[in-house]
Every structure is written in C-alpha cells, then in structure tokens.
Design a binder for this molecule. Structure first.
Ligand code: GLC
Length: 563
C-alpha cells in the first residue's frame, strides 16, 4: 500500500498561541547555536534550478522564502564540494570550491547573503577524516613512487604477505585497505574512494585551518564536522586483529582507529581559529562515542557542541526517552555546552517510517534496515501511527533545552522510500556490502514541492533518485494553507517555541506511567503520552498539540504544550 498522508491532524489552533508568534529573526549573539533549530539540506536533493536532475545552490536560493517561512535559525548544508559522488559528496575533491554541477562560489556567496537577509545562519559540512581519491594530494600520492613524501599525507603501508596490512573492515563493508598497482596499500575507513588522511602531517593540519578560514571569511556561521572522532589513529605495529579490538562504544580511547584522545588537540587548534571571528564560528561534532566521551568534543576549547544520536537510536518508549533526555542534559551542563537532539538525517531511515514499524525482534532499536532490504514491503509500515508519533516526537524535541536538528522533508511528515530499484541505488554501503545493506538512498530522494508534475516540483528535469508516485500527497503544495498539515504544525511549533524559549533547563513533573511531562522556565509545559489510554491534562491553556485532543484529555502518541 502506498503511504498516503492522513488528512487534518491538527486540532483547531488555540488562541493563546497567537501571542507567541513573534519575529523570525534569530539572536546575533555569540551563543546563538545553543538553542537553535537547524534544518539540514542535502543539496543534491533539495531543489534543482537547472533541470539536470540534481539539486543545486541556485535551487536552494530559490527556496529561501520557504526556509524563512519555517522559522528555523540555521541551515546545515551537507557537502556541496566537487566530488565524484562515491559517497554522496562526502568524498571531497577540493575543500574550497563548489561542485560545478551545483553552482559556483558566486552562487555560494549569494546563498549566504540570501539566508542572512532573512535572519538564517549557515553551517557547512567539513570532512576532515578523508579526502576523495580525486583530491590533488591523492592523485599526487598515487603517481609518486613508494616511500615518497607525497604518500605521507595518507596512510600507506606494505601488505602482510599477499594480503592487506591488517584484517580491519571498512564501515561500508569489505577491507579497510585498498591496493595500488605498485603493491602498496592505503587505509580507508569508508569507501575505497575515501582515503584516510594522516593527521600527523603538518600540511594536513595547516590546510584544514585554511579551509575553516576560507568559509568563515565568506560569512559561514559554523561547521558540522564529519566523523570527528576518527582523525587520529594509533598505528603502531603489529596491527591488532579486528577480533581483539574493543567496541568503539565502550573503548574509552583504547580503540586504535576511533576516538583517540589526541584528536582533541586538533580541535583546540580549530577553536582558536573559529574564535578569531565575531561572533565566533560554531562547530558541531559528528562523533559516535559513548555519551560520557562526547563531552570532550563539545567543550568550550574544542568544537563546542556534539551530536547526540541517543534519541535517534531509541524506539518510541517513554522510559528510554526520559533516560536519554536526563543523561544528556546532565552531560551538557557538566561541560557548559548545550545538548543537541535529532531524529532523522541523511544517514538513517526517516523516523516517520521507523516509528510505524513493529519493534525489532532482536531487541535492538528499530533502525528500519531489514524493512529496507525487503524493498519496503516487510513488515507493513503503519503509516498513520508513524506520522502520529513523529508529530508527537517533534513537539517533545522542540520543547527540550538545547538545539534541534531537522532533516529536509521531515516537516512534511515524509516517509522513507523503501522501493528504490537496485539499478538506481548510489550508496557505497549497498555496493560494498554486496547488497547485504540497501543503504541510505531512501531518505535522500529529492523532496516533493508540488502535487504532481515532473519530479514533483524539484526541478524541470527528472530526479537523480526515483520519486515514488505517492510523493505528491506529501508535497509542500498539498500541505500549504492546510492548518492540519504536518508542515503547518512545524511552522506553528517553531514560532511558538521562539516566543517561549528562555533558560536552558527543565523541571520534570510527575506525569505517571507512559507520560513525559516537564516544565521550562517561564511556565512552558510539554506533555507527551506514549501510552494507549488518554490522560488528564493539567489546568493550563493548551497552546499547541501534535494531534486532536479528546475533550480535556491527551490521547496516546500525542504531545501538547501548555502554558
Ligand atoms: C558521516 C556522514 C556520512 C558519510 C560518512 C563518511 O557519517 O554523515 O554520510 O558517509 O561520514 O564521510
């Protein structure tokens, strides 16, 4: 069955909320990022201005009024740099340029200006662990003889007999080593087209400082740091076998490839550069490390903030949610940062779909990967339930202290595309795992702007990932002006949040079983009912709810804000 979006879900807007519909201008102070709402754009799939089927910067510029209408504080732009797209642009050929298929540096400057004009900041992705194999340094290293200095910027080693230097696996499957014709091997923690840099090399360090300055000078407000925990490695030999390596999630710095303590020295240097600007440029680390080790990435003399994927990796369960929220608020307080919250991004199955799937029989969180492997057929997604929970989840997240990261299309309640044909897949995770994983293309399908038309308004050409027929029902056009739509809910929630947001803290109230109830300074209450039975609401005015109320009661899988 096609995942049709349910009709009007929003209760009639309650009058008190109108008082909070204030200006969309974010603060300009140095702490703007602490409670910001950041909207992630995957540029090749957002809007296509030149009709070649791939999104581009002029496309984004044309949609700045839409971004302003959402009420977000910042945009995070996934890589837009020249790239052969061996990993969706995370294989960067040149860090200080724009992929000609996406535009020019001039377009980039215009995008910065257009966003700033409407009060939206811009965060760009920076990919320091690896370059692409087309980067000038790697081309030089490949052409240079063994043991020449050109190879020192990467991690080259001799093999162990005929095989690679160690049995380590790449994240996308297969060996983490690839061989050149002259017999030497290089390390790549991701795809073979993404050779890992040697961060002991002074030129590597200096070049990234140059890149930080290059984009900061162009007006970029912050950086999202890709696999921030991988840069420094302990490569003392003999290399330990993968069977003896600790799990990264429990390694406490003992894993030779991930989360080595030495990485923080790099970020201290970066912070000095970022602080040369006024306001200082923000940075957020993508670091898959245990919660307690995340704090160091988020420290004031480091990047300042780190992604917390704990809610993203949790099933829709109130005890789990409460634990994650408590732990992360405590951690953020300890290190003077603010927490981050996220449910979806370009690497995971969209949460409106995950929440509509039954619990995973393994007991692990439902990541949707098995469902993807069945091309979105097994088990059946309960689309209505998934959307209902996703709407409740976003109100809960937006009421939390800290910053919220939204992924393009989630404001439409968009479902994952499970039915992409194999011939259309692009993700190296699919190819390197030899089909054991379907990969991440299903959340990267260009978003629908119009109800019909070629590529649903994405552009005048086609779409580089095939959009399913049911996409039109989720389009901006279908939802615009409908007070019950998910798009309307997001807009309203962001506007109300802006008016209610004060101190970076919360106080828990006793909501009873299956209920998360907390109050923010100033009297803003958020109540989420994770259970099936409706619960009484406290005596206060409801300013917004994620779905219709049952008289005075809050139904299951619904969040209400009260004041
Ligand atoms: C990060 C990105 C992901 C990419 C990987 C390698 O996890 O989010 O998309 O494939 O790094 O750069």
């Amino acid at each position: 069955m096609s995942p049709q979006p349910p009709g009007n879900l929003n209760p009639a807007p309650a009058d008190p909320s109108e008082a909070f519909l204030t200006s969309t201008q974010p603060t300009t102070d140095r702490d703007w990022w602490r409670q910001a709402v950041v909207y992630q754009i995957y540029p090749r799939s957002f809007a296509d201005a030149n009709g070649d089927g791939v999104g581009d910067l002029p496309g984004i510029i044309s949609r700045v009024p839409y971004l302003a209408s959402l009420g977000i504080d910042a945009v995070w732009l996934s890589p837009f740099y020249p790239s052969a797209l061996a990993d969706g642009g995370y294989d960067v050929d040149d860090y200080r340029n724009v992929d000609p298929r996406l535009g020019t540096l001039d377009d980039f400057d215009q995008l910065v200006a257009a966003l700033h004009e409407v009060g939206i900041k811009l965060i760009v992705d920076i990919v320091p662990n690896h370059t692409s194999n087309r980067h000038e340094w790697f081309v030089e290293a490949q052409d240079a003889p063994k043991d020449s200095p050109a190879r020192d910027r990467y991690i080259f080693r001799e093999g162990d007999g005929d095989g690679p230097p160690s049995d380590w696996d790449s994240v996308f499957g297969g060996s983490a080593w690839a061989q050149l014709e002259d017999g030497q091997w290089y390390l790549h923690l991701f795809a073979a087209e993404q050779p890992d840099l040697n961060w002991e090399h002074p030129e590597v360090r200096a070049d990234f400082l140059k890149t930080l300055r290059f984009w900061s000078d162009r007006g970029v407000d912050g950086f999202r740091v890709d696999v921030a925990h991988a840069l420094v490695k302990n490569l003392s030999e003999p290399f330990p076998s993968k069977t003896t390596l600790p799990r990264v999630s429990e390694s406490n710095g003992a894993h030779p490839l991930w989360d080595q303590d030495g990485v923080h020295e790099i970020y201290r240097e970066w912070r000095t550069v970022l602080n040369e600007y006024d306001p200082p440029r923000s940075a957020v680390a993508e670091a898959f490390v245990p919660a307690a080790r995340r704090a160091r990435y988020a420290s004031a003399d480091g990047l300042g903030q780190a992604f917390n994927f704990d809610l993203l990796q949790a099933d829709w369960e109130y005890e789990k949610f409460r634990q994650v929220i408590e732990d992360n608020l405590a951690l953020a307080e300890q290190n003077g940062s603010s927490s981050t919250w996220v449910f979806s991004n370009h690497d995971v199955v969209r949460h409106a779909t995950r929440y509509g799937l039954p619990k995973d029989p393994s007991g692990l969180w439902q990541d949707g990967k098995a469902w993807l492997l069945s091309n979105g057929t097994e088990p059946t997604v309960d689309v209505e339930l998934g959307l209902r929970r996703a709407r409740a989840a976003v109100l809960l997240m937006l009421a939390l202290p800290g910053s919220a990261y939204l992924y393009q299309g989630e404001e439409l309640g968009l479902q994952e595309v499970g039915e992409l044909p194999a011939a259309n897949l692009q993700d190296p995770a699919y190819f390197r795992s030899k089909g054991a994983e379907k990969g991440r293309d299903g959340c990267r399908v260009p978003i629908p702007w119009t109800v019909d038309g070629l590529s649903f308004g994405f552009g005048s050409g086609g779409s580089h990932l095939v959009q399913p027929k049911w996409f039109g029902g989720y389009s901006v056009e279908a939802q615009e002006g409908d007070p019950g739509s998910t798009l309307s809910l997001y807009r309203k929630a962001l506007a109300v949040r802006r008016g209610l947001q004060t101190g970076n803290s919360l106080t828990w109230a006793d909501g009873g079983d299956f209920v998360l109830h907390f109050t923010r300074p100033g009297g803003w209450q958020s109540i989420t009912n994770f259970g099936a039975a409706p619960v009484e609401l406290p005596e206060a005015a409801v300013v917004l709810a994620s779905g219709p109320l049952e008289g005075e009661k809050l139904p299951g899988d619904t969040t209400a804000w009260l004041i």
